[in-house]
Design a protein around this ligand. Structure first.
Ligand code: UTP
Length: 288
């Protein structure tokens, strides 16, 4: 059973400057809920009980968010505001959350190395702290189900337009079924002419503990960072890795266009806003 998850959340978020100059991009709110709370909720909904957040410089707001806020709780209790009181209490009790700080932002692979002691010799889930995937079955749950069958690492992938493959980690391999591939190649941000497919990593992984030795053996790659994709290529020499073509809409909040789309999507999904908000959008679009 997979009970532990790692959420890397230490990155600089340069694509979202200046908003991320003094606040973590993982705390950017989707209406009233910070992005990373959706990510933690997905982990919890997938049966994860223990979460390690990879934190770093300027990320204190994440720890404060998942901590209890006694003064606020007392105030809401006094006002008999049960709705907000319960909501605030729930955030502090969502899961057993631990933190470790990445000392230098040397890339996603480097961030995951910090989880070695915490995770030990167990397979674990990785959920990128800046990506929300809206799906009926939580994506991490989809991956855990495949892990239970094959007992090997599994990554979520999604099709991306061919002209955008150079923005993502891309897999190549053998198709086992509609939704499942056995990977034989992984490339980080490939040149469009060399991409083995248009199936891109989609921010969720189940990794076996073998990834830690692979990460230790990985030298800096693209952008002079330790790339998780490169470490997974080394892991592939020793273990099989599967890819699940994931159902669900993925939003990378670190990307401004995706952030805009997420707010609109979730605004339309929320019953209390949907009628007025839909009308507002329709009227607004007419004027452009
Ligand atoms: P990104 O690939 O979006 O990198 O990280 P970034 O540095 O945060 O953002 P940009 O490219 O400068 O805009 C994906 C996830 O991995 C974490 C990020 O916090 C994000 O949740 N990450 C990235 C780390 O924890 N450490 C790193 O060194 C890099």
């Amino acid at each position: 059973m997979i009970k532990k998850a790692v959420i890397p959340a230490a990155g600089f978020g340069t694509r979202f400057l200046p908003a991320t100059k003094a606040q973590p991009k993982e705390m950017l709110p989707i209406i009233d809920t910070p992005t990373i709370q959706y990510v933690v909720q997905e982990a919890v909904d997938s049966g994860i009980e223990d979460i390690l957040i990879i934190s770093g410089k300027g990320k204190r707001a994440i720890e404060d968010h998942f901590d209890r806020n006694w003064e606020l709780e007392a105030l809401l209790d006094e006002k008999e505001d049960n709705k907000f009181y319960n909501e605030i209490r729930h955030i502090g009790d969502m899961a057993n959350i631990h933190y470790i700080r990445q000392k230098e932002m040397n890339g996603l692979g480097d961030a995951i190395r910090y989880a070695r002691c915490h995770v030990g010799n167990e397979p674990f889930a990785v959920l990128l702290g800046d990506s929300i995937i809206d799906s009926v079955i939580p994506v991490t749950q989809q991956l855990i189900d495949i892990y239970e069958q094959y007992k090997q690492s599994v990554v979520a992938v999604q099709e991306v337009p061919r002209e955008k493959v150079s923005l993502y980690g891309i897999i190549g391999g053998q198709k086992i079924s509609d939704k499942l591939w056995q990977i034989d190649e992984l490339v980080e941000k490939p040149d469009i002419r060399k991409a083995p497919s248009n199936l891109a990593f989609a921010a969720r992984y189940i990794l076996t503990p073998g990834i830690f030795d692979a990460l230790d053996a990985t030298t800096p790659g693209k952008n002079n960072e330790i790339q998780l994709t490169d470490a997974m290529s080394l892991l592939l020499q020793r273990e099989s890795i599967y890819a699940n073509v994931t159902q669900g809409t993925r939003y990378d909040i670190g990307n401004k266009m995706d952030y805009l789309k997420t707010i609109v999507h979730f605004g339309l999904k929320r019953k209390e806003f949907s009628g007025e908000f839909k009308k507002f959008l329709k009227d607004l679009v007419k004027g452009f």
